[in-house]
Design a protein around this ligand. Structure first.
Ligand SMILES: [Fe+2]
Ligand SMILES: [Fe+2]
Length: 450
């Protein structure tokens, strides 16, 4: 029976969202603390602070869903383009043009860059709106899937609106923007500037954008909170997780029970799969194939639950891979392969810091290992690969071959089984392969439809 709080799990998982958004690790957590200190100063009620708390922690849940579009528009790494956007006042024309010049088709020829720049200029505000809308809508829906309250979901949807009506997606003005969304909007920008230049930069950006981006009354509160060292020293402290935990209204703390852990695993699988059209529902399908294999092999229920969650989260490290590489329609070069091969490492790094998921972090990070040690990223073999890791490795290949990729169409079932069968005993565990073939011969729909 677990006694871990939902907020502890989400706070740890938010590091995966920081990766996708191109922000330094801990961005969402630190934004949460800034926002909650503003809420304390405003003397919000426990219910209000609880709603705000989850909006701050989950604010970037939709960040992966516009990554492919950002990459397509700019022709470079989506994380770089996103980080660059947050680091400047993109409402000002000079800044906007400098940003576009810096991030469109980086490394491309003058003609390629000019062509991309013109395309971007033509797309203009409608593409900006689209990017924010995708991110905000998706984020709100994922928060709902996690069981968040409606005010929390609405705050996520409206967090990029600006006080003067110049934000997105709706161009809401002043009090039309829900209070929690106004706090999230201010906290996230203050955190980014704190990371760039310390407390002075955070206070500076709040002042500079007062009444344009930010509610002037909230900026006053922010300046009051920022006048003492308490906030800034907590942001920089190794005990940041404790400070965040104590910012949650204790009477509203939600335990991360088994049902909620399943919801979290499913929600983050959605985040991962939304990153690229080519991986749409991949995590879900791998989890379903793993479960079918586990049933075939007679694994006990407790292990099946563990395996299902591990399978849902096995590719969470892919949030670190730019879409320029994930969606590339041709062969990857050596450097791009190196980046791709790091994603199981990031899966391990992310899951190992989450108390309730750390026990399967190693198994999940072994999903590209082979029985003969020629897999990646560790190159481990034999006994170092548990039954669950072996099941995930085979299920992952099965789904990857069955689905379309940027460089090829989907492979028919008989060919998929042929490829996997050829790797029996070298790439794949013979017991797992036999179980896969047994399911395929009895009822292949369990593998294909899943
Ligand atoms: Fe993978
Ligand atoms: Fe995968």
């Amino acid at each position: 029976m677990t006694t871990v709080k939902l907020s502890t799990v989400l706070s740890a998982m938010s590091y995966a969202l920081d990766l996708t958004e191109g922000q330094p690790q801990g961005h969402a957590s630190r934004s949460c603390l800034i926002g909650m200190r503003i809420a304390e100063e405003l003397q919000l009620t426990a219910d209000e602070r609880s709603d705000l708390f989850y909006a701050l922690l989950m604010k970037d849940a939709g960040c992966s869903s516009n990554a492919a579009r950002v990459s397509q528009l700019f022709g470079g790494d989506d994380q770089d383009a996103k980080r660059g956007l947050w680091e400047r006042d993109w409402r000002k024309w000079g800044e906007k043009i400098r940003y576009a010049l810096e991030y469109t088709e980086p490394g491309g020829s003058l003609i390629e860059r000019a062509r991309r720049f013109v395309t971007l200029a033509i797309a203009g505000p409608s593409s900006q709106r689209e990017l924010f809308e995708i991110r905000c809508d998706r984020g709100a829906n994922i928060a709902r899937a996690l069981g968040a309250s409606e005010p929390t979901a609405v705050a996520i949807r409206c967090m990029d609106e600006h006080w003067d009506g110049g934000g997105y997606p709706e161009g809401l003005r002043k009090e039309q923007i829900p209070l929690y969304a106004r706090i999230v909007g201010l906290a996230q920008v203050a955190e980014i500037y704190w990371g760039m230049g310390g407390p002075q930069a955070a206070i500076g950006v709040a002042r500079d954008r007062r009444s344009r981006w930010f509610d002037p009354e909230l900026v006053k509160v922010m300046l009051s909170v920022g006048a003492s060292d308490r906030l800034w020293s907590d942001l920089d402290s190794p005990s940041l997780p404790d400070a965040i935990a104590s910012a949650e209204p204790i009477e509203r703390a939600i335990p991360a029970d088994e049902t909620r852990l399943d919801k979290i695993a499913h929600a983050f699988a959605l985040v991962v799969d939304a990153k690229s059209n080519f991986t749409y529902h991949h995590s879900d399908r791998v989890a379903a194939i793993c479960d079918a294999l586990a049933a075939e092999l007679g694994l006990p229920d407790e292990q099946r639950v563990r395996l299902r969650r591990a399978a849902l989260l096995h590719d969470i490290g892919k949030l670190s891979v730019p879409n320029r590489i994930l969606d590339k329609p041709g062969k990857l070069d050596a450097d791009e392969w190196t980046v791709v091969k790091q994603h199981p490492y990031f899966t391990y790094e992310i899951l190992a810091r989450v108390p309730v998921f750390s026990d399967f972090a190693y198994d999940a990070s072994c999903h590209h290992e082979r029985l003969d040690g020629r897999g990646y990223y560790r190159g481990v073999s034999g006994d170092r690969l548990s039954t669950q890791a072996r099941i995930m490795a085979t299920a992952d290949v099965f789904d990857a071959l069955s689905a379309a990729r940027p460089y090829r169409g989907p492979m028919p079932l008989d060919q998929v089984l042929k490829v996997i069968g050829e790797g029996r005993g070298t790439a794949h565990c013979p017991v797992t392969v036999d179980a896969l073939f047994a399911i395929a011969s009895r009822d292949s729909r369990r593998l294909i439809a899943s």
